[in-house]
Ligand binder design. Structure first.
Ligand code: NAD
Length: 250
């Protein structure tokens, strides 16, 4: 590991009055959840077209006739446990080193790890809702309906069509995205972990930050604008950074 970069990141965190963390699928690969774009990632298992909101809206029967393997995979994600990286971020928030976490992940692992201020800007897999009346239901209930051949799955209240409460391509982001934008505008440092930064509009956030740091296994097209880039695994990198932060503080 590059000790100089680790020290530079640790000092930047200690000196920053407000640090926000932005995470992507890469922080959860160490919890056993594949990311999108790495070899063996989700793109190689499911047709990306199935993550398209237009298909769900225009042809829900077709969407659900194809979606069961993906929905069951989503259901499994709900059983994942936080990785050391998620736990370190929760500790860092408790100690006042970071203010909040903005995540593109739908796995709820930051809240499971104990992080309190989390913006789940792509939603999560706990719930489904009716596209007509908005009534919420348990995500597993949607999966069971599809499994039982109820295609498209219907709302028990109004007979409308149910959908998972996660953001698909083409969906509008939830209201919490506006708050996440304000968080980034008001921070001194954005610490990006495990994201290819290829998904819009989240990949506009680094441009709003005064300064940003990247911890990611692979290179990204945002590297050149970063204050520091550390190409390491999230868990390994965060462990070193956190221990260096403690050295700097003491
Ligand atoms: P991505 O797949 O585009 O990029 C992940 C990045 O993380 C890659 O650059 C990869 O090199 C890196 N990476 C993989 N394992 C790593 C590790 N152990 N440590 C450090 N870096 C690692 O994912 P993205 O940028 O988050 O964007 C894709 C979209 O995928 C998001 O919208 C998200 O909602 C969705 N997604 C979520 C999950 C989840 O909830 N866990 C999983 C897959 C995809």
């Amino acid at each position: 590991m590059d000790r100089e970069k680790v020290l530079k990141i640790a000092e930047a965190i200690v000196n920053s009055k407000k640090t926000i963390v932005l995470t992507g699928a890469g922080i959860s690969t160490e919890s056993g959840i594949p990311d999108f774009r790495s070899p063996g990632g989700i793109w190689t298992r499911f047709d990306p077209a199935l993550m398209d909101a237009d298909i769900l809206h225009q042809n829900p029967s077709y969407f659900y006739s194809k979606a069961l393997p993906m929905l069951e995979f989503f259901k499994d994600i709900n059983n994942a446990r936080p990785s050391p990286a998620h736990l370190i971020l929760a500790d860092m928030e408790r100690e006042g080193l970071i203010s909040s976490v903005i995540t593109q992940n739908i796995d709820s692992l930051h809240t499971k790890a104990g992080s309190k201020k989390v913006y789940e800007v792509h939603g999560n897999l706990k719930e489904a809702h009716c596209m007509s009346c908005g009534k919420k239901t348990d995500f597993n209930c949607l999966v069971e309906k599809v499994k039982a051949g109820n295609i498209p799955p219907e709302c028990d209240s109004c007979g409308g069509i149910l959908r998972p409460s996660v953001i698909l391509f083409g969906d509008r982001l939830p209201e919490c995205f506006a708050s996440a934008v304000e968080e980034v505008k008001s921070c001194e440092l954005l610490f990006i972990i495990g994201s290819s930064l290829e998904v819009a509009p989240v990949n506009s956030l680094p441009y709003l930050a005064r300064s940003y740091i990247i911890l990611n296994r692979a290179r990204t097209s945002y590297d050149k604008g970063a204050y520091v880039v550390l190409n390491e695994k999230a868990g390994d990198g965060l462990k070193e950074i956190y221990s260096e932060v403690k050295n700097v503080v003491n």
